[in-house]
Design a binder for this molecule. Structure first.
Ligand code: NCD
Ligand code: ZN
Length: 452
């Protein structure tokens, strides 16, 4: 292998080695003190003491080394939506938030709904990304297209029940069953936005954000979840339920990694209630919308006690100008990549969530769920994707400092304890001390099925 002179080989053999000295290293369920040597993009050694020298070293005495975080649900936009976010700003936000791998959603312009468009997106991304990126594609009922997208490395087909992405036009049982069957044949999971369209309407009569939120009730989620679970039983395909807002949905689905259904919750639905909408209006407008205080508290407890499979951010950036329009015109969505980890580390420091649970929800479980077999753990041979966390560092959420183009957040002003000190992707430091140190193109485009 060594004498193969392909450009890829030259690239990896040219990578500087990195030694993390004297950190608190996260093993399966506790930390040990030691050092980590990364070379050729992979973890070569973890030991109490490492005598070797490396091209770069970080003395990490007060830092906790965790496996790089994996966000299975982000909207990086780019292409004709680059004014909202692009591959570089979106992945810079990911790096600053501790995410070394993100999976991008297909509701772009143009949408990711064919092999050609998936390839186009991947090509464009490969020049611009700072962390590793994989792609979800739009749900299609056509088996040939589904298979081709699966073979081209898609991570799932995304089914938007409230408003399907063309060419899928209807979300009735027959159309959904076709999607599930096509996904099964293509061995692709279906990621689903489970909110029934019939009850989720945005009309001109809606004058306030509070009314807008009230127009998308929890019942729309309950009926969609039940419907999809019923169809899943018939077809027996793999389904991942995105951004669930109700504890009852999480209970109905469970947290299984080996089973055929899995559940996702977001930081915003577990930390904010719809009371925020009155005060923050467009800043707290996303779909599915925020729920009542007790529902939010109980969703947090479900997550903290291990009933949800993963946390994802649903990072959904828009411009402030777009967001500030009247409610029926204001696009739903908030940026989440740079707030998720400081907010959740704060909950760990407050004793409301264990670090062990947090690592499974944000790293180990999403890696397993989306077949990224050499990610989500710190051990010899695994990818050199890792973060160094300062558990004590205090901060305040300041959207003006975001690397994302979306400089707003419903969490603005929240005090946090626990911060990302450094983010290491494929063995290179891409973020450290509040600065991006990586270069666009340093992240890898991931293909599902290639082991990740
Ligand atoms: C998403 C977006 O902006 O892409 N917004 C959101 O509030 N989650 C769109 C969507 O998921 O419907
Ligand atoms: Zn989304």
């Amino acid at each position: 292998m060594d004498n193969l002179k392909s450009p890829e080989n030259e690239e990896t053999s040219g990578l500087p080695s990195l030694l993390i000295r004297d950190a608190h290293i996260w093993t399966e369920n506790h930390t040990i003190r030691g050092s980590i040597l990364i070379d050729h993009g992979r973890i070569q050694k973890i030991a109490r003491r490492i005598a070797e020298r490396a091209d770069e070293e970080i003395l990490a005495r007060r830092l906790v080394a965790l496996p790089g975080l994996v966000d299975a649900h982000v909207h990086l936009r780019d292409m004709r939506l680059s004014y909202k976010e692009d591959f570089t700003t979106g992945t810079a936000a990911a790096a600053a938030g501790g995410f070394t791998t993100v999976l991008d959603m297909p509701n772009t312009l143009p949408p990711t709904d064919s092999v050609q468009r998936l390839r186009l997106k991947a090509r464009r991304a490969s020049q611009k990304i700072l962390v590793n990126v994989g792609f979800h594609t739009a749900a299609v009922g056509d088996r040939w297209t589904a298979k081709a997208m699966g073979a081209a490395g898609a991570f799932s087909m995304k089914l938007y029940l409230p408003k399907p992405i063309a060419p899928l036009t209807v979300g009735d049982d027959r159309a959904v069953a076709e999607v599930l069957k096509a996904a099964k044949e293509a061995s692709l999971p279906v990621t689903v936005h489970a909110e029934d369209a019939a009850q989720a309407k945005t009309t001109r009569e809606i004058r306030t954000f509070k009314e807008l939120v009230a127009s998308r009730s929890g019942n729309a989620e309950t009926s969609a979840v039940n419907r999809i679970l019923r169809l899943q039983k018939k077809v027996d395909c793999q389904i991942h339920f995105c951004h669930l807002t109700l504890p009852s949905s999480v209970s109905a689905i469970g947290n299984s990694l080996s089973g055929r259904v899995s559940s996702e919750v977001t930081p915003h639905h577990t930390l904010l209630s719809k009371d925020s909408v009155e005060k923050l209006r467009w800043k707290a407008w996303m779909v599915p919308p925020l729920r009542p205080e007790q529902v939010k508290n109980s969703l947090f407890r479900k997550m903290a006690s291990g009933n949800a499979t993963i946390i994802a951010t649903d990072h959904a950036p828009h411009t402030i100008k777009e967001k500030r329009q009247p409610p029926h015109k204001s696009p739903p969505g908030i940026p989440g990549l740079e707030t998720a980890m400081p907010l959740m580390l704060t909950m760990v420091n407050k004793g409301k969530l264990s670090l062990r649970r947090l690592v499974s929800l944000l790293s180990t479980n999403p890696a397993k769920l989306f077949s990224l077999s050499s990610k989500g753990r710190l051990e010899k041979g695994a990818e050199g994707d890792m973060i160094l966390v300062d558990m004590k560092k205090r901060g305040k959420i300041d959207p003006n400092k975001f690397f994302s183009k979306a400089h707003y957040s419903p969490f603005e002003g929240w005090k946090t304890q626990g911060a990302i000190h450094a983010t290491i992707v494929n063995g290179s430091i891409v973020y450290r001390n509040e600065e991006i140190t990586g270069k666009p193109g340093g992240g890898k485009v991931l293909r599902n099925g290639s082991g990740g």
